[in-house]
Structure formats: structure tokens, C-alpha cells
Design a protein. Structure first.
Length: 311
């Protein structure tokens, strides 16, 4: 049997061709230690991994406010002209899942504030932060993208396309954004279900009541899963019965779906359903009151699959 230990493949050969020339025990130990130290060591699993602070970056802390304004001012008119100070320094914070109502007499700055919050107008000075992004620093194209993807709008006059069915009206924003027609229709049906209008999905606006049209309009605003829903007099064109139904729907969306809503209204009964009421006068916040409406509601039901929870 030919045993050549000194040339065994994969091992570092010893200095002596043992067993043909047997070294002393001390020499053997020294040579074995030398061979071991020269052998390239395999890195441990831990040495291959990145430092914890790089491989596991700290989770982004959730924002305290979905929407925030700081020192918001809006002046119409140029120097040398008669200027209108629509907003004179508005500091406002809106939390996730909050239903905020804004009231005030005509000329108090309600519409101007809502337009600036929606990125339709830019402030003369101050900041408008939506999910930490200052809308005042964006160009027109960037603000348009933010409005399309992160905001939902509900108007007093519904603004539904008369030649489209309820389902088609709701699916349209998704299809314009590039979503396939099949997926857009599926999401539209889910949004209509959320507002209780699936039974009207194939109906034209002319075949629906004012309250039903407004619920379809709310579904259209919700289908993009917006960070915030802005409602301008959502019950202004409705009778008292339909107005109560739409108000209850907005209240339910805020409570059960954690949908953040800011609405302008002249109706105290509508404002009473909000978590918080802000009154404007002459471009300033005159008064702010907390409502007990939300705390009086029952335990929230499971959220719709249309909405995704964020940590």
C-alpha cells in the first residue's frame, strides 16, 4: 500500500516526508501548527454579513401628521395694486384617519385653503406638507402627479361623466394611470361596494339620485387609495336625507377605514360628525373645537381590502 501523506491532495504538506523519515514528537507538533496557521481560514457566516446598521436599516418612523401647514399665507394681487389677503398665516395639522371639518363665513379663506391643500394653488409663503413632502416646492407636473396618486377630491356638483356608467366613472382614474381595464374594473367594484353602490354599477348618472351620484363620486375619489380625501361642500346639493347618508358614509370611512378626510361645509349638522372643527375668519383660524362624534361610535369593523394598512 503506497501511502504518501506528504502529498495528500487538499492538505498542506509537512516539512518531513513522514512516515519514511519520522520526526520527533516535538517537531511534528510544531510542523502541524505551522501548517495549520498557513492554511487559509474560512470566514465565518458572521464575517460575510454586513454590519447590522447597514443590513438592517432602522425602520422609517411613521409620520405624526398626514397633512400639515406652517405659516401658510396667500395674497392675491401685485405690488401697487389692491391686495387681498386670503390666508394670513395658517398652522394646521391633520392626523391619519381624522375627519376634519372647516367652517367659516364667505370670504373667510375656506376655498383658498382647500385649493392650496389640494395642490391646485400655491401659497404666497409657508409650507404645505403632505406625507412629509412640501407641495409648495414642487413644479406643476409634480403637483399633478401628487394630486392624481395621493389625493382624492369630492365636489359639490359630483362631476361625473354623463356618458359613463358608475363603474366606468370610478375605474377611469386607474385606467388613465396605466392600469389594465380588468384590474381597474375590479378595484372600481370594490370601491363601489365600500360606498354601498354595487347595485348601481351599470347605471348612468342620469339614472341615479343626487345622493347616489355623490356616493359614486366618493368611490371614484377612494379608488386610488389616497393619503387624504378633500371634500368641498359634499352635501351642498343634496336634500337632508341624502345629506345625512353621505355624512354618515364619510364618518364611517374615517373610523373604519382610517381614511383621512378634510371637508369644507356650511352645515353645522355635517360638521358635528367630524373629529375636529376649525372655524376660519379673515384668513385666520378663529376657533378650534374637538368633537365627541367619533368616540361615540362602536368598535371599528374590519377594513376593506381596498385599503392597505401602513405601519
Amino acid at each position: 500500500m503506497n501511502m504518501q501523506f506528504g502529498t495528500t491532495k487538499g492538505r498542506t504538506p509537512l516539512l518531513h516526508p513522514w512516515p519514511y523519515e519520522k520526526p520527533s514528537p516535538v517537531t511534528l507538533v510544531e510542523e502541524t501548527q505551522t501548517a495549520y496557521t498557513k492554511r487559509p481560514r474560512k470566514r465565518s457566516q458572521a464575517s460575510h454579513s454586513m454590519p447590522r446598521e447597514l443590513s438592517h436599516p432602522p425602520e422609517k418612523k411613521p409620520l405624526m401628521y398626514i397633512l400639515e401647514t406652517r405659516g401658510l399665507r396667500k395674497v392675491y394681487g401685485n405690488e401697487g395694486e389692491v391686495c387681498v389677503h386670503a390666508l394670513r398665516g395658517i398652522d394646521l395639522q391633520v392626523r391619519k384617519g381624522e375627519l376634519l371639518a372647516i367652517m367659516g363665513p364667505s370670504g373667510s379663506g375656506k376655498s383658498t385653503l382647500l385649493h392650496i391643500l389640494g395642490g391646485v394653488e400655491t401659497p404666497t409663503s409657508g409650507q404645505v406638507l403632505l406625507e412629509g413632502i412640501d407641495l409648495a416646492t414642487l413644479n406643476d407636473d409634480q403637483r399633478t402627479l401628487i394630486r392624481r396618486e395621493r389625493m382624492g377630491f369630492v365636489f359639490q356638483s359630483f362631476n361625473l361623466l354623463p356618458a359613463f356608467t358608475a363603474e366606468e366613472n370610478v375605474a377611469l382614474p386607474l385606467e388613465l394611470g396605466g392600469m389594465s381595464s380588468g384590474e381597474a374594473r375590479r378595484r372600481a367594484v370594490e370601491a363601489l361596494r365600500l360606498v354601498g353602490m354595487t347595485h348601481r354599477r351599470d347605471h348612468m348618472p342620469s339614472m341615479m339620485s343626487g345622493g347616489e351620484q355623490q356616493r359614486v363620486a366618493i368611490a371614484r375619489a377612494l379608488v386610488m387609495q389616497p393619503a387624504i380625501l378633500l371634500a368641498d361642500e359634499p352635501t351642498g346639493n343634496l336634500d337632508s336625507v341624502n345629506g345625512r347618508q353621505v355624512t354618515a358614509l364619510l364618518r364611517r370611512l374615517a373610523t373604519r377605514e382610517e381614511q383621512t378626510i378634510v371637508m369644507v361645509t356650511h352645515d353645522p349638522t355635517v360638521a358635528a360628525q367630524a373629529d375636529r372643527l376649525i372655524r376660519l375668519r379673515d384668513g385666520l383660524i378663529e376657533d378650534e373645537a374637538q368633537s365627541e362624534a367619533s368616540s361615540a361610535l362602536s368598535t371599528p369593523a374590519p377594513r376593506s381590502c381596498l385599503f392597505k394598512r401602513t405601519v
